[in-house]
Design a protein around this ligand. Structure first.
Ligand code: 5RP
Length: 227
């Protein structure tokens, strides 16, 4: 049996095989994507020529340390392939992301990408999204009003995410409300409703972005599925 860390490492290295010479790659965020960054850097040292568009400041830092050529999203026309992790994946490849607080930038990169490969261990597969609290990125001003509106609409708990005892500040200067839906039945309606609340920047539902998944199992198997 493989540990969770071993599975993440296997996923990251296997994912690097999907990168081809000349590609512009969206580079994901999180503990699974981390291993993809390492594997990508190793392939670049062996002669692969790509540029990477990072999905967070943390990913940019890791890639810079490894000498991977970086571009900002504003410097590219489109992205060939984004490789990223997820917090939950449903059978239609809809995702919850943002456990690492990077979903705003991750979604902008995914939206610019022709393809998105999602890396995850089997524990992230669910029949219905929502057990993982849905991250909603909000501007700090008046966030309590946003939390109240979400509570009133859905009757759920909304918790301001903290880091080191203080409200977490995202790469783009916002806060995060973790919304405990348990089950999100009407994904598109929830996505649209949340994003029209004044003060909401974006939420962690990724609907229709993922084109493939690479799932790691405890017995060491990796299963690639394309839409
Ligand atoms: C960051 C994310 C991550 O991809 C997601 O949280 C999964 O992370 P990990 O691979 O560490 O479980 O969305 O915002």
């Amino acid at each position: 049996m493989f540990s969770s860390d071993d599975i993440k490492k296997k996923l990251g290295y296997a994912a690097a095989d999907y990168v081809q010479n000349g590609m512009t790659i969206g580079a994901g965020t999180g503990t699974t994507a981390y291993w993809f960054l390492q594997a990508l850097a190793a392939r670049i040292k062996d002669g692969l020529e790509v540029v990477a568009v990072p999905t967070s400041a943390q990913t940019a830092r890791v890639l810079r340390e490894q000498g991977v050529p970086l571009k900002d999203l504003n410097e590219v026309d489109s992205i060939d392939l984004v490789i990223d992790g997820a917090d939950e994946i449903d059978p239609a490849f809809n995702l919850i992301k943002g456990g690492g607080a990077a979903h705003l930038q991750e979604k902008m990169v995914a939206a610019a990408a022709k393809k998105m490969l999602v890396l995850a261990d089997e524990s992230k597969l669910v029949a219905v999204l929502g057990k993982f609290p849905l991250p909603v990125e909000v501007i700090p001003y008046g966030y309590r009003q946003v939390a109240k509106k979400i509570r009133e609409k859905y009757g759920i708990e909304t918790i301001l995410r903290l880091r080191d005892g203080k409200p977490l500040i995202t790469d783009h200067g916002h806060n995060i409300l973790d919304c405990h839906f348990q089950k999100i039945e009407h994904l598109h309606a929830v996505h649209a409703w949340l994003n029209q609340v004044p003060g909401v920047v974006d939420n962690g539902l990724f609907l229709g972005y993922a084109t493939a998944t690479l799932i790691g199992y405890k017995d060491g198997a990796l299963v690639y599925t394309e839409k």
